[in-house]
Ligand binder design. Sequence first.
Ligand code: GDP
Ligand code: MG
Length: 634
Amino acid sequence: MTSGRHVVVGTAGHIDHGKTSLVKALTGIDTDRLPEEKARGITIDLGFAFLEEPDGLTIEVVDVPGHERFVKNMLAGVGGIDLAMLVVAADEGVMPQTREHLAICSLLRIRTGLVVLTKTDLAEPDWLELVREDVAGLVRGTFLEGSPVLGVSARTGEGVPALRETLRRLAATVPARSTDQLARLPIDRVFTIKGFGTVVTGTLMAGGLGVDDRVEVFPKGLQAKIRGLQTHGRPVPRALAGQRTAVNFQGLERTALDRGDVVGLAGSLVPALVVDGTLELLADAPRPLKSRDRVRFHAGTSEIMARVLLLDRPQLEPGQSAHGRFRLEAPLVALPGDRFVVRSYSPIVTIGGGTLLDVAPPRVKRKALVAHLRRLEHGTPEEVVEEHVRQLGPSGVRVSAMLGRAPFGPDRIRTLLEALQAAGRVVAIDREWFVHRESHDRVRAQAMDALAAFHRANPLRPGMSREELRGRAGAVDERVFASVLAALDAGGEAKVERDKVRLGSHEVRLDPEQQRLVDRLERDFLTAEAAPPSPQEALARVGLDGDEEHELFQLLVESRKLVRVKESLFFHAQALGTIQDKLVTLLRDRKEIGPGDIKDLLGISRKYAIPLLEYFDTRRVTTRVGERRVLRGG
Ligand SMILES: Nc1nc2c(ncn2[C@@H]2O[C@H](COP(=O)(O)OP(=O)(O)O)[C@@H](O)[C@H]2O)c(=O)[nH]1
Ligand SMILES: [Mg+2]
């Protein structure tokens, strides 16, 4: 059933050259289904048919309109095809949309195809020979050069079996699509079926979709569950890359969806309003393309108005290529590597196309941008992933965020990131989160500079506050900063102790006079026991001016010899230990005490007693019960 191969064949060619008749002769299916199509005898929108071969090969056919006014619809259909069938009426030969459709197929990098000369019943052999020469000239230098050219009459059936055989042969040469990539289905039709609800169709570009999958319709952000899936007219539990697929949603209104939207797994794709890519102007484009020109941008099944910015020149001549940025007037949902087609605003003709390189491009100067795009264009997959991580700087990137901006599936991205990590090019913050080595090093260097500057300005302070240091090192994310500090600590360049960081080489060195003052300050607090002086008083006693911010005072605080009990109330750590022991002994004896008891116990005033009691509450030594204290857990 779904085990066989699937190849999507698209028709191409001028109106009335017999494309729809050929599809019908081949598959038995009339793809002109709209009443208006029947009435006018022309194809307006895309038509779909399929052919099941006995060996499990399914040839799915997308029939496109040839009329120049409907090239937009043609573009929506041709994006998903593997194989182009360029149809030229033998009695008329090459016409404008023969050329335009061939150009579009070339721009979309369709690699395989054939030419069918239809209506052979209407052409004399001599004439047919001339048309063959005409066609040979047309395809020279394109992907169709050297491809089969078959004569067919849909009317008499002549040549149909040979065409079918050739399609089978070509189908075998089409490479299989990636199933590792994220599922993507650009919608080409939306309709309702009585009793089922909303159905969309499209060619599944990559990955797979299964019944009951939770999906999202991008860029609208509408989430829904897949109720049913069909491939060529039959229900299937799962659809795979390359298949024409109909998706029946649970809980989505038909009117909410449009051609051009993309179905993907919830949260997996990223809509873009600015994209960068290569841009080539067709050699037969009617005029040069100027920077800031307004164009029609076609990718997947969407058409979006856009302004093109040429990055390295004011205008692009026919036949030239360059890098371009597109400012889109509506969000695009696509991935790097996708091809796109550009048509001029007026007259509406195909003028060029290119490959998307970045769908979340950085805001950098033009020169840096061109260098960035070159790396994305010519790099190996590993280099492409590295370039994105580099570009994202110290905030780095998560595997999940990488999925929407690189043309690789989750497993591949993880493997590439792990290879980069092994090569020392990126640093893993955790299993999902990576920062480029250069950014990591930059934060590291900033932190080292900030530490050195801090020590220079505060030679007596043992270390810098971790939070302040993080601010000086670019205010990077806490976990990235932790990783940088861990690296510095491991290398011995810095030492991290609780919330303080210092250079590995830093030592507080006091001159003899400073040492004497510090010793005296400390002694004062030690002997004052439970009734210590205020910082100002203590400093004044040794002849210094200042409060607790004084660096000599801070030295005692940071080395934990003095402990802050409340605002500007400091106790010597040793004294505080003794007080705690006395308090605990008293509480064991009395079970509960009031503020008066501690005053008596220590011979101190309320000024010290209340803060001490509160301090021991917060240290979880005691618990407050009304105005009284009990031992915690006692
Ligand atoms: N004599 C002859 N007429 C054909 C043949 N194929 C198509 N036609 C006619 O050419 C016209 C256009 O055909 P159609 O398939 O709609 O062309 P499309 O616009 O390329 O899809 C119709 O009137 C067809 O009946 C053919 O092989 N022989
Ligand atoms: Mg047609």
